[in-house]
Structures are given as C-alpha cells and as structure tokens.
Design a protein around this ligand. Structure first.
Ligand code: MTE
Length: 326
C-alpha cells in the first residue's frame, strides 16, 4: 500500500518504503507519462478536474437495528475522518482522493452477479439485495495493513444469508469478490498500480462466518461512494484490504482466487491477511496501530489485537502456521 509521510512529522513509512518497488516505479513512470502527455485517452489529471468529480450526493438514511452481539463499546471514529481518509485506488492513491473523486461513481442501477460453484446462480439488483435479510448495525474495528485503525458503525447483514440462497455446491471452497472496473467512472483505473479489477477473496468458512458483513451503509446512512458504495464487504478480523468495495460479482470457486494485492506483492500481502500483531509486514511492525482521530502529540499508539480483537474466529485457523499462511 502507499503511505505518505504525515504532516505531524510523526514517522509513517513513505510510499517508496511501503509499495513494492516495481509497483512504485511503474506508478512513477505512469505519472511521468501523464505529465508529458504520452498516455492516450486524456490524462488522469485532466479527467480529474476536481470539480467534475466532486458531486457528493446528499446522504440518504438507511434504517437498521443495532445488533447488540456486535456493538463494540469503543469511541467511534468521526464520520468526517472515516469518509475523507480512504483507500480506494480506483479513485486515486492519496487518502484524500476518493472523497473528492468518487462523485463520478454511479451506484444505481447496480447489480451483483452471484455465480460459480452454486446450484442457483442469480443476478440481484440493489433493492433485491437490500431486502434479502434484515439490515443490522454493527460497530466493528477496521485495521488497515498500513498500521492505522478506525471504529465504524456499518449497516448490512452476514454474507452467509446471500451465500445460502444460491446453494453452494460441494466444490465451493472459496469466495471471490470482483469489483467495478470502469475507467469512465473510476479515473484511478488508468494507473497501473494494481492489476485491475480489484479482486479479493475468502475461504468458504470465513465467508460463512457471521462476522463477515455484506455492507450497504455506515453511520445510519447509505455508503458514501468513497467507502465502497453501493455494496462492499467488512471483514473485521482481517486487514482492511480484504474488504472489497463496490462489488459487482461474487464467485464461488474450487481454487483459491488470485487477489489483487497478493498478486502484486505476494511476499507482503498474504491471501489470509488476518490481523496479527506477531507477524510483521516485511517492512514494518504490525504490533501497534495509530487510531485515526487520536493524533495528539503525546498520544501513544494502541496495541494491535490478535484477529483485531475477534477471538471467535480463531478456531477456523486451529493448527495452521499463521506465519506461513499470513
Ligand atoms: N476495494 C477496492 N475496490 N479498492 C481499493 O483500493 N482498498 C482496501 C479496501 N477495499 C480498496 C478496497 C483497503 S487497503 C482498505 S484499508 C479499505 O478498503 C478501506 O476502506 P475505507 O476507505 O472505507 O476505510
């Protein structure tokens, strides 16, 4: 992932330290090419005339009842922080980019195809998805692999409700999440920073775990575009990049899916990517985290919790070497 040095002067790794060298270099080349105008089809900078993309629609309420089993008692991250400090590379690689650029994302009409190793493949529009199960509010920790965290009240239901509906076959071992890949709406797709589309995946038992939330809203409202509208995953015991945004296809597979960050740097971003303070990223420690909104000069970093503080998932990994399957 790309991380910029923080204006507070606190040490945060630089882009070049965090992004795999090849990816960093190719991104630099790309930006250079943009600057000299050698990339066909108009430049990102041109397309990204900030006003053109900054058409944030008025927030729409989304009713849901709080599920007390998942109502974390921790101070929630401010809405402003959760919606302006984002990773959504389809809209740029700076944390502030998605909030400014994602106004161009058209979230209706929207359909999600569910296919692969299922007896009943189906294509569902957003309203059918929203009606499929009662919407719950759940307050989850979100821990990014880059070393920061938030606490977010999401709205959605367990993905298992949808998976059961399509009746997985005995061959279904994994679930692949494929996200929107449309250059007209997503200017960042012109950058070769990842092999698009952004794809993520879970093992079948992980996907069926009640914590794995198919997410439609946050803070009592529909998802803002920059947070992955109209539908994304929230998988709180894994690093944030496992939670794919703006999903258009869910495919059940026999083989482990080829996921975007794992393909880009397999030695740095494992398929499992469970939050684990004992397994460092090759280039930085994962023992502690910076809670967004707690940036005071004397604020200590928080200790990162095993499985991000969701011990109920541990049995899925019993007997596994979590250093090898990181
Ligand atoms: N999904 C897509 N399609 N594209 C992305 O770049 N970034 C991931 C994940 N899902 C990403 C994505 C990363 S690295 C993180 S930390 C979370 O989204 C961030 O979610 P948030 O911006 O809502 O906090």
């Amino acid at each position: 992932m790309l991380i910029k040095s923080h204006p507070s002067g606190k040490h945060l790794p630089l882009s070049s330290e965090i992004t795999p060298k090849e990816v960093f270099e190719s991104r630099r080349d790309f930006i250079r090419q943009l600057a000299v105008g050698t990339i066909a089809g108009g430049s990102l900078l041109e397309m990204a005339s900030r006003e053109a993309f900054a058409q944030t629609p008025a927030a729409q309420k989304l009713a849901a009842s709080l599920n007390p089993a998942y109502a974390l008692v921790e101070k929630k991250t401010a809405y402003k922080d959760a919606t302006t400090y984002n990773n959504f590379y389809e809209f740029g690689t700076d944390k502030a980019d998605p909030a400014v650029m994602a106004g161009s994302l058209k979230t209706r009409p929207w359909t999600v195809v569910i296919e692969g190793e299922v007896k009943k493949p189906v294509t569902l529009d957003l309203d059918s998805l929203l009606r499929l199960a009662p919407l719950e509010e759940r307050i989850y920790r979100l821990r990014c692999v880059e070393g920061w965290s938030m606490v977010i009240p999401w709205i959605g239901y367990s993905l298992s409700h949808l998976l059961k509906k399509v009746e997985p076959t005995g061959n279904a071992k994994y679930v692949e999440f494929i996200t929107l890949d449309d250059k007209k709406q997503m200017p960042g797709l012109r950058s070769p920073v990842l092999d698009w589309p952004y794809v993520e995946g879970l093992r079948m038992d992980e996907a069926m775990h009640p914590l794995a939330l198919l997410t439609f809203g946050m803070y009592g409202e529909i998802l803002p575009n920059q947070n992955g509208a109209p539908v994304r995953m929230s998988v709180p015991w894994k690093y944030g990049f496992k939670s794919a945004k703006s999903i258009v296809k869910i495919r059940l597979t026999k083989e482990q899916p080829r996921t975007a960050w794992n393909q880009s740097a397999p030695n740095e971003y494992g398929f499992y990517s469970n939050v684990n303070p004992q397994v460092d990223h090759p280039r930085w420690s994962q023992a502690t985290e910076r809670r967004i909104g707690e940036d005071g000069l004397f604020t200590r970093k928080r200790k990162t919790l095993m499985f991000n503080g969701y011990p109920e998932v541990a049995s899925m990994y019993a007997g596994m070497d979590l250093k090898k399957f990181f």
